[in-house]
Design a protein around this ligand. Structure first.
Ligand code: ARG
Length: 406
């Protein structure tokens, strides 16, 4: 019996050609797995029936569509939000979050269909191959991995020709301008005109963040233990909440990023992102932490957040350090409860204009400059004297200006 391979299938040209290429060149049977992680939001979502039909037309013995939107929101976006995760201080890990979701389902389908290998359509230059393969190794070290696009040496034109020859129903209308990857957390745009880091990104790259509204709007985001649970007082599950906030923010033109980033494989690349929901939610969540986290916990968490983002970016979602950091972050979120008022003003700004919490550590009676405050002013004198005692001793022994002598 032929070996079975479970392929991460997007429905696009490359993975459609990959189905048939694996059959012809590796002599395997292909099970295509398409995972819905909330992509193509601007088009109202993908046509999953058409994608399934295309996989079968390409020669797959089975084509499975998995709706992983809730899982994407609750098990991946929410933890990333709690970690305020932004790779290199900017990018909220859009693609890096969806790959482990897809890997989970690839492995599950491999088991269900008795497959001995998984496959993906990534090339050798990107991060996504790393995430697919390292994730698969973590969950199922026994599975073999095929990466046809890394070995086949086909140009885009070759793929179009092969698709025609193999009668795979692909609609290739015009030259694809950009390489796009998107999900509930946002959208990544690469290639084409944006490969020149000096050139401004052409306006047509943006689809989720166009300021179609002209008036500013305020939205109150409610959190319970670090989980976003409500918009303007209306309870929502994470998935619809993220999608709704993304539309509100995006329609005010908020959520664009234009940056040069370090890929895991050693390449610097110019990337454009649209992440209206991710960036506004992280802004709100981080602000609520300012109000509710004790100082040492807050500072330590801030030191660990970049490491968490880096691990996830580097394909180590399933790894021991990531799990240990998850435990720390989960513990830190117990009292991150309250509301944050966000103001979106077209074209493209988002500002926190208010925050409140039943467990706020902000104490008005302590903070106020009113004479009626509850702060014990007399305690300050002794505290500050001891705080500066070491410095005073140093200065007295070694003389003022000692810091300038080498
Ligand atoms: N540079 C981003 C990342 O590594 C986006 C990758 C987008 N992937 C794609 N196949 N276009 O996470």
């Amino acid at each position: 019996m032929a070996e079975r391979v479970v392929l991460a299938y997007s429905g696009g040209l490359d993975t459609s050609v990959a189905v048939r290429w694996l059959i012809e060149n590796e002599g395997v049977e292909v099970v295509a797995v398409a995972v819905n992680v909330g992509q193509s939001a601007e088009r109202g979502g993908e046509d999953w029936d058409a994608i399934r039909t295309r996989a079968l037309a390409a020669g797959a013995v089975e084509a499975v569509v998995v709706d992983a939107r809730t899982e994407m929101a609750e098990d991946f976006c929410v933890p990333a939000l709690q970690a305020n995760a932004r790779y290199e201080g900017k990018y909220p890990l859009v693609s890096a979050l969806s790959r482990p979701v897809i890997v989970r389902h690839l492995v599950a389908e491999a088991r269900r269909h008795g497959a001995s290998a998984v496959a993906h359509g990534c090339t050798g230059k990107g991060n996504d191959q790393v995430r697919f393969e390292v994730g698969t190794r973590a969950l199922a070290p026994d599975l073999k991995i095929y990466a046809p696009a890394r070995v086949w040496g086909l140009s885009r034109e070759d793929c179009v020709e092969l698709a025609a020859k193999w009668e795979i129903p692909i609609t290739v209308t015009k030259d694809k301008l950009y390489s796009i990857d998107d999900n509930l957390w946002g959208k990544a745009i690469e290639c084409g005109a944006i490969e020149d880091p000096w050139a401004p990104a052409p306006d047509d790259v943006y689809t989720l963040t166009r300021a179609t509204e002209t008036e500013p709007v305020e939205v109150i985001v409610g959190f319970e233990s670090g989980v976003p649970v409500a918009l303007d007082g209306q309870s929502l599950d994470p998935e619809p909440l993220i999608a709704t906030l993304g539309r509100i923010a995006g329609s005010r033109g908020f959520g664009r990023l234009d940056m040069v980033e370090n890929r895991r494989v050693g390449i610097k690349s110019r990337e454009v992102y649209e992440c209206p929901a991710a960036l506004s939610l992280i802004m709100a969540h981080a602000d609520l932490e300012d109000l509710t986290l004790e100082r040492d916990l807050h500072h330590e968490k801030a030191r660990l957040e970049p490491r968490w983002a880096e691990l996830v970016y580097d394909g180590l979602w399933f790894s021991p350090l990531k799990s240990a950091l998850d435990a720390f972050i989960a513990q830190s979120q117990r009292h991150v409860t309250g509301e944050v008022r966000l103001r979106f003003a077209p074209p493209g700004t988002c500002t926190v204009v208010g925050r409140r919490s039943p467990v706020a550590l902000y104490d008005h009676d302590l903070a106020t400059y009113d004479a009626s405050d509850s702060f014990r002013h007399a305690d300050a004198e002794g505290f500050v004297r001891l705080w500066g005692l070491g410095v005073a001793t140093w200065s007295a022994r070694q003389g003022p200006g000692a810091e300038n002598r080498s």
